[in-house]
Design a protein around this ligand. Structure first.
Ligand code: ADE
Length: 234
């Protein structure tokens, strides 16, 4: 048991999928895992462990933003021995060739700051995905027929952005999309020798103003879960 996770040692798998929304963790566990068991509900942050094709998997919410993800990922890695962590979440597209519902595999995650900024100080550490996971996720997405992009994303500290020039600068530098968690996940994975990847679906478009209706999000979310599971156990 930790400050934020009530699971006993052994109840968390080495492979953890991390959606931001705890109810998405519940839906994914009930939809894709066998014998899914609730292993955490402290502060309403739900985690489930079950099996997928005979492999043990935990699906645990991260909450929104890097400070929240950092709490759960830190404890999952250092207290429970998680070794492969895959974020599954939504993202806002920043390029015109990226369309609504497309899948983005975050090769790198730029940021202005992360919870690790105080550790890195003057160093501009480059958080990046695990190549094996990235390659396997790409293959899985292609096999599903998903429109998939691989490249850099931007992990922002804010959803309601008062600096449109920043987003525009990211667009000019080829950044595919913005979300709020991946950079710190990659930092933590690097620090602790784990594998990490963010598999994202475009839920809104910063250039066109489009937004995905809630009804469409479930289908896209299911595709991401399958891509993540296939990548984790490829
Ligand atoms: N996640 C999904 N869309 C986003 C956006 N526009 N900004 C930050 N995070 C997001």
């Amino acid at each position: 048991m930790t400050a934020h996770i009530r699971a006993r040692k052994g109840q968390i798998a080495e492979t953890v999928l991390m959606p931001g929304d705890p109810l998405r963790a519940k839906w994914a566990a009930e939809t894709f895992l066998r014998n899914a068991e609730l292993v955490n509900d402290v502060r309403g942050m739900l985690g489930f462990t079950g099996t997928w094709q005979g492999n043990v998997v935990t699906i645990h919410g991260s909450g929104m933003g890097m400070p929240s993800l950092s709490i759960y990922a830190n404890e999952l890695i250092t207290q429970y021995g998680a070794k492969t962590l895959i974020r599954i979440g939504s993202t806002g597209a920043m390029q015109s060739h990226v369309k609504m519902r497309d899948v983005i595999l975050a090769q790198t995650a730029s940021s202005i700051s992360t919870p690790s900024s105080g550790i890195f100080r003057e160093v501009n550490f480059a958080p990046c995905a695990d190549f094996g996971l990235l390659r396997a996720a790409y293959d899985a997405a292609q096999a599903k027929g998903s429109a998939v992009h691989v490249g850099g994303i931007y992990s922002s500290d804010v959803f309601y952005d008062e600096r449109p020039d920043l987003n525009e600068m990211m667009t000019r530098h080829g950044i595919l999309a913005v979300e709020m968690e991946a950079a710190e996940l990659y930092n933590l994975a690097a620090r602790h020798g784990c594998r990490a990847l963010a598999v994202l679906t475009v839920s809104d478009h910063l250039l066109t103003g489009e937004e995905l209706p809630a009804s469409d999000r479930q289908t896209s979310f299911g595709d991401m879960v399958e891509i993540a599971l296939e990548a984790a156990f490829a």
